[in-house]
Write a protein of this length. Structure first.
Length: 293
């Protein structure tokens, strides 16, 4: 082979090598592209499947409260009046009796109102269901916690305790810590029974105002609430008391007068039903029975 032929042969092999390199590069690029496409498409498909699965799940509807029943006749609300849950006198209902009465309310499908619900019922003449009752306990005795709360929790009922805010340091009354503990159960709320449990109708207007305002302020601050109900000590009050109760921010007030509570009595003169020791379940049932329609 002459010199020129050798040169041409080398040139052909060079071109062929360059082509092979180019083919290799193109092939590698194609494979890399396919691999990248495959790896990126898998999460995308997974996300689509996940999104589709999430979308296909049925949406759970939020529970809606049943509308309250608007009454055609004026509401007659049974407000039960308890004090100590123990034995000893006419203001003390034994633990066993209290538990039996709570069991009766549960078995006969009574709705036990909170203070807020009771105010709504009285001021709008409506109720959340046919049979309602409001349980109140005066003075905030310590046995409301030890003997009363277990029955309320067992039967899933609610009660309002009318607290004497100046008595929280006394050994037979609820302390602030105990009140807070009871409130967290959701079975109890607290209202005002004044600061010192004095007969309001025997005090001056200034003294009455101090009892009402200071009690409400204490409850609002220490229990983080807006206290809207006042219970008169011994049920004693006069026209000045009613006026001052409204000015102090209370929406309603309770007496010890016997009977169902109605708005005809006025916001600040509501009656209650006294529960006495030794009362039979049949008597209890008759006492609270009322038709509201």
């Amino acid at each position: 082979m002459n010199k020129f032929g050798g040169i041409m042969m080398k040139h052909k092999w060079g071109i062929l090598g360059s082509c092979l390199v180019l083919i290799a590069l193109l092939g590698g690029g194609f494979l890399w592209s396919q691999s990248r496409s495959h790896t990126t498409s898998r999460p995308a498909r997974q996300n689509r499947v996940k999104w589709q699965a999430t979308e296909s799940k049925p949406v759970k509807k939020a529970a809606t409260a049943k509308p309250w029943i608007k009454l055609k006749q004026p509401l007659k609300l049974p407000i039960l009046m308890y004090h100590s849950i123990s034995s000893g006198n006419q203001l003390r209902v034994p633990k066993k009796q209290f538990a039996s009465e709570m069991a009766y309310l549960k078995q006969h499908h009574y709705r036990t109102l909170t203070t807020t619900e009771a105010i709504r019922a009285l001021t709008t003449n409506s109720i959340p269901q046919k049979k309602v009752v409001w349980i109140t306990l005066d003075d905030a005795y310590k046995d409301n916690l030890t003997n009363g709360l277990p029955a309320l929790k067992k039967y899933k009922l609610h009660a309002t305790i009318n607290a004497i805010t100046g008595f929280t340091h006394k050994h037979n009354h609820l302390s602030l810590a105990e009140m807070k503990r009871m409130k967290t159960t959701g079975r109890v709320d607290f209202a005002s029974h004044t600061v010192q449990h004095l007969n309001l109708d025997e005090l001056t207007a200034a003294q009455q105002k101090q009892e009402l305002v200071n009690s409400k302020r204490w409850l609002d601050q220490h229990l983080n609430q807006k206290t809207e109900m006042l219970c008169y000590p011994a049920g004693r009050a006069n026209a000045t008391t009613h006026r001052l109760a409204k000015q102090s921010g209370y929406q309603i007030a309770l007496t010890t007068q016997e009977g169902f509570a109605t708005m005809k009595q006025g916001h600040y003169n509501l009656s209650r039903l006294r529960i006495t020791p030794g009362m039979t379940t049949a008597t209890f049932a008759d006492l609270i029975a009322v038709t509201n329609r």
